[in-house]
Design a protein around this ligand. Structure first.
Ligand code: NAD
Length: 366
């Protein structure tokens, strides 16, 4: 019997992505696998059932009862997990950090679960790296939101009514999302600067045609990530940044340190020193925000400055976000399937390090 690979219609509020697209369904079928999706699984992403030439569709209960490998964008809810068969393999963004109850539920059901957030950020993992693919979408959208919400144009305009100066935009945190935000601001014609505490980002920022903002604080950590700043470094960063901030019309913040709350970089006093009409889009809102004034999911007006804390930005461009996500899923699934059977190779570090539970055994401490 061939393996049944499934995806559900995502149920989290505002979630419109789908874990298996028509393109990936075709590739899975080409490998001899059966693709069984919940009805309307891809509809919100722009993939109606009729666009899947290589998938079968059924209602939720039937899919849960037949899935051998369940791909998801966000963790399935408790009821869905409870209806999966023992030993089903679950794969997706399982948000395992701090999710003690969810990990316990995966374990009780004797599931084998892979959280792609835990994949090591190695070269070989790039094709499966959902954090990167979805961060690229989020960075792009954050800059579009900044451009749309600002009271100014981004590009320089020369018109019969006079010349309009381009907006000055700063991106704080030049990881995957930040670099995509910088590239998007460039395309929109803004005058753009980027800042990060990892020294190697200078070249990446400059390669996009942006200026690197030098604040004299360097904090490279392990695994290519930034480390948390010491109190002295943080104070030095804030002091230098406060002066520069006064010049910018829009600031997009994306700074994160893995496994920790987002660093608070913009203080209330710094915001109060910004230009009237200035705007902050805080992409780190999901993990607490880079600005003291951010309220996740909300728009805050503080004096003459607006602070936006949008959530789950990747879901707002669901078609391309799903296409990239589903390719990540397919590339990882290839590590799990050998000779037509589900046989994850736990000697492979990508498999071992992303595994949360293995046939119920808890391998990741939430
Ligand atoms: P992230 O989302 O964890 O953080 C975003 C950025 O915030 C990072 O660039 C970080 O340096 C920066 N930051 C943290 N604290 C800061 C502070 N106090 N002030 C200013 N900036 C701060 O990062 P990410 O986008 O996931 O990428 C992190 C690293 O992983 C990068 O080196 C990236 O190139 C690398 N990476 C590797 C792969 C791979 O090879 N598979 C894939 C993606 C990313």
């Amino acid at each position: 019997m061939s393996i049944t690979v499934s995806a559900l219609r995502e149920t989290a509020a505002g979630e419109r992505r789908v874990a298996i697209t028509p393109e990936v369904a075709k590739k899975l079928r080409g490998k001899g696998l059966r693709v069984l999706l919940e009805r309307d699984a891809g509809k919100a992403a722009g993939f109606p059932d009729a666009s899947y030439a290589d998938a079968e569709f059924a209602d939720l209960a039937q899919v849960l009862a037949q899935a051998d490998l369940l791909a998801c964008v966000l963790p399935p809810d408790d009821a869905a997990l409870a209806d999966l068969r023992e030993n089903t393999v679950v794969l997706g963004q399982l948000r395992p950090h701090g999710a003690v109850a969810r990990v316990a539920a995966l374990s009780q059901k004797k599931l084998t679960a892979f959280a792609l957030e835990l994949l090591p950020r190695t070269t070989r993992a790039q094709a499966m790296d959902v954090l990167s693919s979805q961060a690229a979408v989020a960075g792009y959208r954050a800059m579009l939101i900044a451009a749309e919400s600002a009271p100014k144009f981004f590009p320089m305009l020369t018109t019969a009514a006079g010349t309009i100066r381009p907006s000055r935009v700063l991106v704080i945190g030049a990881g995957v999302a930040g670099l995509q935000a910088i590239a998007t601001a460039r395309r929109l014609g803004a005058q753009i600067e980027g800042y990060d505490v990892r020294p190697e980002t200078r070249e990446q920022v400059e390669s996009l045609g942006a200026k690197f903002l030098e604040l004299g604080v360097s904090a490279a950590g392990s695994g290519g990530y930034a480390r948390e700043l010491t109190a002295e470094e943080r104070a030095a960063q804030q002091q230098a940044l406060a002066e520069h901030l006064k010049a910018f019309d829009a600031v997009v913040t994306t700074a994160a340190v893995p496994g920790r709350a987002a660093p608070k970089i913009l203080t209330t006093a710094m915001v109060e020193g910004m230009k009237p009409g200035a705007l902050i889009v805080d992409l780190a809102a999901e993990s607490g925000g880079n600005c003291e004034l951010t309220h996740p999911g909300e728009r805050v007006e503080h004096g003459d400055v607006t602070i936006l804390g949008p959530l789950n930005l990747a879901a707002g461009a669901p078609l391309h976000a799903s296409e990239m996500y589903a390719r990540n899923i397919y590339n990882f699934a290839e590590l799990l399937i050998r000779d037509g059977a589900l046989q994850p190779d736990f000697n492979d570090e990508l498999v071992a390090k992303s595994c949360v539970t293995r046939q119920g055994e808890i391998l990741f401490s939430a």
